[in-house]
Design a protein. Structure first.
Length: 724
């Protein structure tokens, strides 16, 4: 028989044996799902890199080239980037003014807007943020001029009377040629490239690798015995490998095909991602078509290779029965404390820019080693459990001890998903809590202050006449009071005439009066906040025109006579219309805190990645547990005949499944607490998160134990003695 014919025969035999083997259907689904997950994970990594590269390129293309008259570059337009804030994010607004009819257009823009008009990104136009606050919206920016289709971005051409050419930058065109991200665009307000890739590796990559390992070893005991039988019958190592390939080929092929079909749409259309409000740009995806094809072809090959390589080597003369493996996994016991110490304390010896990478890498290694450590420890306790069961006449304890003593691998596979799920969930939620705490503190502060007192800052100079127009635009009963801010002395002076000060129930004096309280509720709370931060608020009469004219970026206190809550959006629109070319508006006393959105966006990415990773882990846990239960049910079926009742299955399950699972949950919680200590999360939030995750782990352990006992009891009910 030729080698090719033999290989085809071995592949057919492997395919037939796979379906009929112990846990064959479970393994088929496991390999199918693992291939799908790994292929999608590799494709996701390639798409993430392509997205960052594309965003870098487009961001550099729209960054302005500063005119250098000495080099012969004449200014073609005036350009000024500013930052705008909405309730949940920051975004960029660029003010432009062409100096000639043929001035170069920014990427994604087909024509110059007229004075007072605005071009916005489609996402900003379709949102409720309020693009009309900057002028009349007359068009949208094409995706080629945005970092991503979902970016918030705007070009504003100021009116002639608000144009402040001295404050703007003279540029000769666009496309700066920068190799790195310029300081403009949505990348400033979300996760960076390094942070995202480490999170992706931890929350997506680690579960995908675990899935492959668990799937490859589903039904391992029966297949290992069959492999030993094949070797005894004279099959070479190559023949056994082809047989193993035949077992895995069909589900792996199906998983790869489904993954390819799932990935293909990103090459054709822009795909919005859930939770994070991000749109994957199809032209970016097409730049890595070759890498996606390699992932679609390479991932199934890697899964098949894992199936072959994870088979234990056959030792001639050895028994096909399970034997004690006393020294198995000792290397993990030595390496684990080193990895744990390096993760917790290693950052103290590294530069600041490397600490996050070191923490992420150490967390991956530590969590990956922990299941093996738990398995080794539990297996080491197996003989003592068996002796205790024999001495006390406890059949369940005796059987469980013997099963655990056979080696750590079954226990490791059983608890691996549980341990890593707890570790990832704990780390993910603690990292989310970092951003949530920041957002909640800002929201709490904003809720306490209210919006009855606003601070408006013109980013370009203005005039007293403009201030008057701004006050009239706000409506009747509104006050706009100049602020003289001196951060070097820790004080803010409200400068106004006597009528304005008396309306606020503040003494009218030419010398500064230290204000400790005010009639207006929002102003009163803002003063308390400023005083708590070390800034004192004074009020005095004086020449408000002088304060306005002598300040390059004047600030104003805006409030109503009746103390009502004000609309920030309306105040911003009035300021952009009448006060100055560009303005910032926020609650007085917030000092720019909150409204940035970066914590919220990072929190959303963490939620998406951790949810995806934990979903994979949940499937892995179910598959691993089911395969172990099927094996245990088959092996323990005759026990009811010897013991005379089926309660023994619940006892064995409690000792061989529940006990290792509880040990794994405790170990995972303790280790998660340790490896998250370098994160600047409060102990209260860490304790609350890990307590919740640990409680969920205990529930899962109990469910797994009950499931295992019922599976074994059902198998025993169907078992009939055979043979002679």
């Amino acid at each position: 028989m030729s080698s090719w014919v033999l290989r085809r025969q071995l592949l057919r035999m492997g395919r037939a044996a796979a379906w009929a083997a112990e846990a064959g259907r479970v393994r088929f689904f496991a390999l199918f799902a693992a291939t799908f997950v790994v292929t999608v994970a590799l494709a996701g990594f390639a798409l993430a890199v392509a997205s960052f590269d594309g965003r870098t390129e487009r961001s550099a293309d729209r960054w302005a080239q500063i005119a250098r008259p000495a080099s012969g570059e004449e200014a073609e337009l005036l350009w000024l980037p500013t930052i705008a804030r909405s309730e949940d994010r920051q975004y960029d607004v660029v003010y432009v003014e062409p100096l000639s009819a043929d001035a170069p257009l920014p990427p994604g823009v087909s024509h110059w807007p007229e004075p007072g008009e605005v071009l916005v990104s489609p996402a900003l136009k379709n949102s409720d943020v309020g693009a009309g606050e900057f002028g009349r919206v007359v068009g949208t920016i094409d995706p080629g001029g945005l970092e991503a289709p979902g970016e918030y971005f705007a070009y504003v051409r100021p009116t002639a009377d608000l144009l402040s050419s001295k404050e703007m930058i003279k540029v000769s065109g666009f496309h700066s040629g920068l190799e790195q991200m310029p300081p403009l665009g949505e990348h400033l307000y979300t996760l960076g490239f390094t942070e995202f890739l480490w999170l992706y590796a931890t929350l997506i990559g680690l579960p995908a690798v675990l899935f492959v390992v668990i799937a490859a070893r589903v039904g391992a005991a029966a297949r290992d015995r069959r492999t030993a039988v094949l070797a005894t019958l004279g099959a070479s190592s190559g023949a056994r490998r082809w047989f193993a390939v035949g077992e895995a080929a069909l589900p792996v092929a199906f998983g790869g095909i489904l993954a390819m079909a799932s990935i293909a749409p990103v090459l054709v259309v822009d795909v919005p991602l859930p939770v994070v409000d991000f749109v994957l740009y199809a032209p970016d995806a097409r730049t890595v078509t070759a890498q996606l094809a390699m992932a679609a072809l390479g991932a199934p090959v890697a899964v098949v290779a894992a199936v072959v390589l994870l088979q234990p080597a056959y030792k001639p003369g050895g028994s096909t029965r399970p034997a004690l493996r006393r020294r198995r996994g000792e290397w993990m016991l030595w390496l684990f404390p080193v990895a744990l110490f390096g993760t917790v304390r290693g950052g103290d010896f590294l530069p600041l820019e490397l600490r996050l990478s070191a923490l992420a890498a150490g967390s991956i290694v530590t969590l990956a080693l922990l299941p093996g450590v738990v398995g080794a420890v539990v297996a080491a306790a197996g003989p003592a459990m068996a002796r205790a069961g024999a001495a006390r006449g406890r059949a369940g304890l005796l059987i469980a001890g013997r099963r655990l003593a056979a080696g750590p691998r079954p226990v490791t596979r059983l608890v691996a998903a549980l341990v890593i799920a707890i570790g990832l969930a704990g780390q993910g939620q603690i990292m989310v809590s970092l951003f949530t705490e920041m957002t909640q503190r800002a929201d709490s502060m904003a809720s306490r202050l209210g919006t009855s007192a606003l601070k408006v800052t013109a980013t370009t100079p203005t005039s007293p006449a403009r201030v008057g127009s701004f006050q009239r635009e706000l409506g009747a009963g509104m006050r706009v009071l100049p602020l003289w801010i001196r951060p070097d002395k820790g004080r803010i002076d409200i400068v106004a005439d006597c009528a304005d000060l008396k309306s606020l129930k503040i003494p009218c004096k030419t010398t500064p009066v230290d204000i400790r309280a005010a009639e207006n509720g929002g102003l009163n709370r803002a003063i308390e906040m400023e005083n708590a931060s070390g800034t004192r608020v004074f009020a005095r009469t004086g020449h408000a025109e002088k304060v306005i004219s002598e300040t390059s970026r004047p600030s104003f206190l805006v409030l109503a006579d009746d103390g009502r809550q004000l609309s920030i959006s309306a105040a911003r629109k009035a300021a952009n219309t009448e006060l100055a070319m560009a303005n910032t508006v926020h609650v007085f006393g917030m000092n720019g805190i909150g409204g940035g959105g970066a914590p919220l966006i990072a929190e959303r990415w963490l939620e998406l990645l951790s949810l995806s990773g934990i979903s994979v882990i949940a499937v892995v846990a179910g598959i691993g547990a089911m395969s172990q239960f099927i094996r245990a049910g088959g092996e323990m079926s005759p026990v009811s005949v010897i013991s005379g009742n089926r309660k023994v299955y619940y006892t064995v399950s409690a000792w061989s499944i529940l006990t290792p699972a509880l040990v794994a949950v405790l170990a995972a919680v303790v280790v998660s607490w340790s490896i998250t200590t370098p994160l600047p999360a409060s102990e209260g939030s860490r304790m609350e998160t890990l307590a919740t995750v640990g409680a969920a782990g205990f529930v899962c352990a109990a469910v797994m134990a009950l499931w295992g006992a019922r599976t074994a009891a059902a198998a025993a009910a169907a078992w009939r003695p055979s043979g002679g």
